[in-house]
Ligand binder design. Structure first.
Ligand code: SAH
Length: 389
């Protein structure tokens, strides 16, 4: 195998970061192809091995501090390490995000595990080219029934990768998983993203603990994540809203699977319209969960996105009973904690009501955040209680 050496120079504050941008590259020995492994040096010192893509702004993604290939053994070792963490932090769970990209030492790879079925997303060219090696590594560690690539997403564009979905191995079939003892049917192929949003594990468990005897509204409910937790936590009634018919079919099936179909009702509608309609009808709730899709994905869309967050939060606040609780979430990478607080504060001021923060949560431990890669944190939720004054 040819060896390509790249010399780089980074500013001091970027020395721990796993991405190297094109303007940080000084020299390249030979002509590595996009997706090739390169060995990186800085001031004569070995930095490690990286994946090269000259067509991406992130020209090198480092994956190892030493010189090593991206082969079956590498992926197997990373999957074993990742599994060990999940077994420690989620000892009672079998279904989780097994690999969360850079945070698990594999840049550009996401793998969700649903029993013995696996869904993967690849968003770096070098990892995408090695999909079948990844399948091999999974097969050496698990009794794999199927591996599906769910690669129909925007991040792939930046790496020059086509958007596509396909079966890489075996026979995918709908599978029943559990999270916090709640059961869900997951259809990897027809489901959104990889089929299930594992990232809200902690927030869902907290909602379950809060719900006893309450009238609950789950806005942007997808396959019923929060609605089911509320119902199993003893909610008096639960209303779920989502714009996707397919998602709601799953939510209804999941309600039956958990024997809470009498408590849960689901409505297919645009959330912005539906919340206004519920307000006109003078309906009120004790607990409202807002878990919207990202309203913006880049910094230049931020101010428009913030207006969306303010609007939906204001509409939700208007539907709260006095003393009620709003769980307000965002999964926009660039909406930071302080931004969300500002949005909530602005909405509360428009309404003329006071709130206090009683809890907050973030992505679960199967989505670890790298201290030196702040971009790996994206999910932020505040639990606000409306005070009686
Ligand atoms: N709370 C869910 C995940 C929500 S993902 C869970 O725990 O699993 C965001 C959801 O918002 C998706 O299901 C999507 O279909 C829905 N959605 C997007 N835009 C919407 C809109 N304008 N109105 C209602 N639902 C919308």
């Amino acid at each position: 195998m040819k060896k390509y050496v790249i010399n780089v120079e980074r500013k001091k504050h970027r020395r721990q970061h796993p991405w190297i941008y094109s303007n940080e590259i000084l020299t390249i020995s030979g002509t590595p192809n996009p997706g090739d492994v390169v060995i990186v040096y800085e001031h004569g010192k070995l930095i490690g091995s990286g994946i090269y893509n000259p067509n991406s702004l992130i020209t090198i993604r480092l994956y190892s501090p030493v010189e090593e290939d991206l082969n079956v053994d590498f992926f197997k070792r990373k999957f074993q390490e990742a599994l060990k963490l999940r077994k420690t932090v989620l000892p009672n769970e079998e279904d989780f995000r097994l690999i969360y990209g850079e945070s698990d030492g594999v840049p550009g790879l996401v793998i969700d595990k649903y029993q013995n079925h696996f869904a993967l997303q690849t968003y770096s060219l070098g990892v995408d080219k090695r999909k079948m090696i990844i399948v091999e590594a999974l097969k050496e560690l698990f009794e794999v029934k199927s591996v599906v690539e769910k690669n129909d997403f925007r991040l792939r564009d930046a790496e020059g990768l086509p958007r596509q979905e396909s079966v890489l191995y075996g026979n995918p079939e709908p599978v029943i998983i559990s999270e916090n003892k709640v059961k869900y049917k997951v259809d990897i192929f027809s489901g959104q993203k990889t089929g299930f949003y594992f990232d809200q594990r902690i927030t869902r468990a907290k909602v379950q603990r809060l719900s006893k005897g309450l009238e609950v509204l789950d806005v942007f409910c997808y396959s019923g994540g929060f609605a089911l937790n509320a119902a199993l936590g003893g909610a008096k009634s639960v209303l779920g809203i989502d714009a996707s018919k397919l998602a709601l079919e799953l939510a209804e099936e999941n309600a039956r699977l958990n024997n809470v179909e009498k408590v849960c009702k689901f409505i297919c509608a645009d959330a912005f319209d539906k919340l206004r309609e519920l307000y006109r009808k003078r309906l009120k709730f004790d607990l409202i969960i807002l878990d919207p899709p990202p309203f913006f994905k880049s910094l230049k869309e931020k101010s428009r996105g913030l207006r969306g967050y303010k609007d939906i939060n204001l509409q939700a606040m208007k539907l709260l009973k006095s003393g009620g609780i709003l769980v307000s979430c965002t999964c926009s990478h660039y909406l930071f904690w302080q931004d969300l607080l500002d949005v909530l504060n602005a909405a509360a001021q428009d309404l003329g009501r006071n709130f206090r923060i009683i809890d907050r949560s973030t992505q679960g431990p199967d989505h670890p955040v790298l201290l030196h890669l702040p971009e790996s944190e994206y999910l932020r939720c505040f639990f606000l209680e409306m005070t009686n004054d």
